[in-house]
Design a protein around this ligand. Sequence first.
Ligand code: AMP
Length: 209
Amino acid sequence: MKLIFLGPPGAGKGTISQRITEDLGVVQISTGDLLREAVKAGSELGKQAKGYMDAGELVPDQLVIDLLKERIAKPDCEEGFILDGFPRTIPQAEALDQAGVKVDRVVNFVLEDQLIIRRLSGRRIDKVTGKIYNVNPEGEPQPPAGTPAEALLQRDDDKPEAIANRLVVYRQQTEPLIAFYKGKGILADINAGQDLEGIVRDAENAIRS
Ligand code: AMP
């Protein structure tokens, strides 16, 4: 099964992927995670990508396309995958087609700007496990009770200066993918503004339908 999770940052793509990959027997591939690893490792790719990421801009298509192709060629992808954060532009989607990847379903997470900003500002990542939490009072999932603040990391691009730009970039460069995949008849919209269980349920239904 080959799936794409499409939608603005903060809509829950990563959280839902982490929840359902095991059930589906597929792997989650987040180009954002792969790029952050490259930055951390100080590789040539990481050096090229860092400035774009810090500013909330997209990393140039060719760099991300090469990275993704390399990742999906690995043996653990044979049973399928969820692409979380790829493609983000029409040329990236076309590159996926050209690579012969037949996508079964595109789940489109729909969420309004106000909620996106709220979610992103509360998002924290467990430094050790990489698990995504939300520390807003209404946020889900909450970190386990007693987790010290130092164990959790706030991404630089989840700070207010970068959030605004990421939204503009999403609307301009990524949203056209909705029409692209609608045209192929494989897009399913889900309401990402509800609670976590509701999003998991709707995402699973969209994948099975
Ligand atoms: P994410 O973790 O998906 O929010 O990605 C974090 C950042 O990595 C983005 O703001 C971009 O700078 C970069 N990035 C991740 N995926 C892509 C992609 N498919 N195309 C271009 N840039 C990407």
